[in-house]
Design a protein around this ligand. Structure first.
Ligand SMILES: *[C@@H]1O[C@H](CO)[C@@H](O)[C@H](O)[C@H]1NC(C)=O
Ligand SMILES: *[C@@H]1O[C@H](CO)[C@@H](O)[C@H](O)[C@H]1NC(C)=O
Ligand SMILES: *[C@@H]1O[C@H](CO)[C@@H](O)[C@H](O)[C@H]1NC(C)=O
Length: 202
């Protein structure tokens, strides 16, 4: 079963990488000045994980490192408190390969409807990698007793992030609660409560 899950994962990755070239355009230049100030260039510092999700994602995309411009790559450092999680989200412009440096993670993604919304998961230990194909909803959770650290590489200089709960329930302006109540089969009051939690009252 695990072997099949891996094959599906890699088949999806192969498909994703053949489509991914459409996202970042071809290079127009050899290099760009990498960073103005070398102290801005590192992923060596742990992010502060004292927050609602117990996670901190430090980005290294073209906004932090202008030298990535036109190169089609970027990275993240992710720090997790025990039970910390990177909640279900999508990178609209990149596939992602996650490498665990410390700790134990549970990572997964869900295929789209033509593969029956199948959940593909794996428990990852130090040194393990896992791939999230472009455009698919994925998540990673620290299931170990200690804090955890992972790095990920993405095939876009500016991969973008759509965090499902924040995007749906925290949209500006709000999506009409009646519409979301029907879409999610929820009571409209539950939707209003979620919109209050994720939105800023607009
Ligand atoms: C992530 O960590 C940095 C550095 O400690 C901090 O400035 C930032 O506010 C943290 N982000 C979150 C979402 O907690
Ligand atoms: C981490 O963030 C929390 C909440 O904002 C803050 O109280 C704490 O001082 C921060 N820790 C460090 C090491 O900056
Ligand atoms: C999806 O589910 C349907 C109905 O259970 C089944 O006929 C079909 O073979 C499944 N497709 C895949 C790709 O698993």
């Amino acid at each position: 079963m695990k072997a099949i899950q891996f094959l599906i994962g890699f088949a999806l990755l192969a498909l994703a990488s053949s489509l991914a070239s459409a996202y970042d355009p071809s290079r127009l230049q050899d290099i760009c000045v990498a960073i103005e100030d070398p102290k801005d260039g590192g992923l060596n510092k742990p992010g502060n994980t004292t927050n609602r999700l117990g996670v901190n994602e430090t980005e290294a995309n073209v906004e932090q490192i202008p030298g990535l411009n036109t190169l089609g790559v970027s990275a993240f450092r992710i720090d997790y408190a025990p039970n910390g999680q990177s909640p279900p989200h999508i990178h609209p412009r990149a596939s992602e390969i996650l490498l665990v440096l410390e700790g134990t993670l549970y990572a997964g993604f869900v295929t789209s409807d033509n593969l029956n919304n199948t959940l593909i998961t794996k428990v990852l230990h130090e040194g393990d990698v896992f791939v999230f194909p472009i455009g698919l909803i994925h998540f990673h959770v620290n299931i170990g007793k200690t804090s955890a650290v992972a790095y990920s590489g993405l095939n876009s200089q500016f991969p973008g992030e759509i965090t499902i709960a924040d995007t749906i329930f925290g949209a500006h302006p709000r999506i009409k609660p009646d519409f979301l109540a029907k879409a999610f089969q929820l009571d409209p009051n539950v939707v209003k409560d979620l919109e209050n939690k994720f939105g800023n009252g607009n």
